[in-house]
Each structure stands twice: as structure tokens, then as C-alpha cells.
Design a binder for this molecule. Structure first.
Ligand SMILES: [Zn+2]
Length: 299
């Protein structure tokens, strides 16, 4: 009898310990990387990162911004990429290098604010503000803002756009480690309009997405041998099949996206870094690959 009463109580009143904590909170609370070998686990918008490294807050050609968010952690391949691109940026006169925004949390995973992706240490936001100084203080890195590269009506680039910005994007897109780069649609439209026939190969990697007016977002491929990392299918067929993405799905962003026609069954293009209207998706640990539990529990 006592047993039955206890059982009934257990069914009726869930103990607080049984309430599952959101993975967003668990990963958000980790302040240093896992002591494991580097391994991206899962997918860009549903995963975590083992053995991530901290991008040094300041380097010879970069500064990490918004340090209070603690999102300057990355897979070693991303650390290498950011160092290389920032030194190329400085060499091509893009200010003194790069201001680098969010990468990932120390152990990756879903976040409590901001992004759908950036979960494996293979996504990084790069500011459109070319650095004039690389000695910003912590508080300056919180208060300084980047600049808009896209007009307020979302249809064209601003006066901030120019050959140097284009060269920076091309350098990033031409890097074999890069899978795709998310940019405001207006930027891709401008490049589609002006690129010569012989200079279009890299356009396939540029993907239009909502937001992204003051930064671009670089996504790396799964590194070699990263067996727990899910490769993402290309959104656009490669150039040999005629796919540079300068097509109707791009035009959609400055037409129907801005002035939605009456609902039809036509599917709209989707990218998984589009900001969510209701804030970030909430994950439980059961929503993530099972190895993410070890990433969280590791020393
Ligand atoms: Zn991003």
C-alpha cells in the first residue's frame, strides 16, 4: 500500500531533479573547452564540439569582439583559417586584419541567444568593419559596432561596399577549407551582377540569408577524418553544372521575401543560419548526438 501511494505520488508530482535542463543552458554554462581530442560532433545547427581551442583574444592581425559572450572558441581548423584569412586581410589593406565576432561556446552546443548554428566550432562571424586599431580594450570590444554593408530596404549594398570587401570575400570563399559563406542577399546580387565570366567559380559558396548586414558568416567543411561531423549537402550545384546561385532563389530575397505574395504552396529557400523569429531553438540533451554528453562531462 505504502509502495502504491509512493508510486502514485512519483507519477503525479515530478521531482525537480527529474525536470530536464535545457542543453542550451548546460552548454552556455561551460567556461572552458573539453579536454578531449578535437572533434566536431553532429551538425552545424545540432551538435557540439570536443577539444575546441580558444582563439586568442588579440593576435597580430585580429581581435576577438564581444568577449563577454565567451564565444571565441573553435575547432583547430577554424583557428588556422581565421589566422590565415586575417593575415591575408591585412596584406590586402583591409585595415589591420579582422574583427572576429561569434565563433562557438567553449564546448560548442546550442546557445541561449543569437544563433541557430555555430554549434560545432566550424562557424565564425567576421565583422564588416575593417580594423583601424588592434588594441581595443575589453570595454571597447563591447561598445563598438560594426557597419552595415546592406541598405535599410535590404535591396542593395551601401557605400561601405567596394573592391576591398569583395576581395576579402573572394579570399575567404577560395579557401578549400570553406564550405559556404552566408551574406546578405544584396551583397551576392551585387557580385552576381558584376563578376566576369572567368571569375565566378567562388560565387557558388556565397549563400544569401536574412540578417547578416554587418558581418559575414564563414562555415568550414567537416575536417578530414572528423567521423562524427555530418557533411552538409551543397545548396547550389557546383559551377560545372552551371550553379553559381545567381538565380531566382537569390532574387526571391529582394522580391517575395520583402513583399510576400498571397500564400502559395511554393517552398521558400531556407538556410539554417536565418535568425529565428522566436529566439533560439530549445534543445534537450536527447536532441543532440549522444557523444555530446561526454563533451559536457569531460574535464
Ligand atoms: Zn553567424
Amino acid at each position: 500500500m505504502i509502495f502504491r501511494v509512493a508510486l502514485c505520488l512519483a507519477l503525479l508530482v515530478p521531482a525537480p531533479a527529474m525536470a530536464e535542463k535545457l542543453a542550451n543552458k548546460l552548454f552556455g554554462a561551460m567556461d572552458y573547452p573539453s579536454g578531449q581530442a578535437a572533434m566536431p560532433v553532429g551538425s552545424y545547427a545540432r551538435g557540439c564540439g570536443a577539444g575546441l581551442m580558444e582563439l586568442k583574444e588579440s593576435g597580430p592581425t585580429w581581435q576577438a569582439m564581444r568577449l563577454s559572450r565567451n564565444r571565441n572558441f573553435a575547432h583547430p581548423e577554424m583557428i588556422g583559417f581565421l589566422k590565415d584569412l586575417s593575415s591575408q586581410a591585412a596584406a590586402m589593406g583591409w585595415g589591420k586584419g579582422l574583427y572576429i565576432g561569434d565563433i562557438s561556446q567553449p564546448r560548442g552546443g546550442p546557445m541561449t541567444s543569437g544563433h541557430a548554428s555555430h554549434q560545432m566550432g566550424l562557424d565564425a562571424d567576421i565583422w564588416w568593419l575593417a580594423p583601424t586599431r588592434l588594441n581595443l580594450s575589453r570595454s571597447e570590444r563591447e561598445s563598438l559596432s560594426s557597419i552595415p554593408m546592406r541598405s535599410a530596404d535590404q535591396k542593395s549594398v551601401t557605400g561601405n561596399w567596394g573592391p576591398k570587401a569583395r576581395a576579402l570575400l573572394k579570399a575567404a570563399a577560395s579557401d578549400p577549407r570553406v564550405d559556404r559563406i552566408f551574406v546578405a542577399a544584396a551583397i551576392k546580387l551585387e557580385i552576381c551582377k558584376t563578376a566576369k565570366k572567368a571569375d565566378r567559380k567562388w560565387l557558388q559558396k556565397l549563400r544569401p540569408v536574412a540578417g547578416h548586414d554587418t558581418h559575414f558568416h564563414v562555415r568550414l567543411k567537416c575536417p578530414k577524418g572528423a567521423r562524427l561531423c555530418e557533411t552538409q549537402k551543397p545548396t547550389v550545384a557546383d559551377l560545372s553544372k552551371g550553379g553559381d546561385g545567381c538565380d531566382d532563389t537569390l532574387a526571391w530575397w529582394v522580391t517575395d521575401y520583402l513583399n510576400p505574395p498571397k500564400p502559395t504552396k511554393k517552398k521558400k529557400p531556407k538556410e539554417d543560419d536565418a535568425p529565428r523569429k522566436k529566439g533560439p531553438r530549445e534543445f534537450t540533451m536527447a536532441d543532440l548526438p549522444k557523444q555530446c554528453k561526454d563533451v559536457l562531462a569531460s574535464d
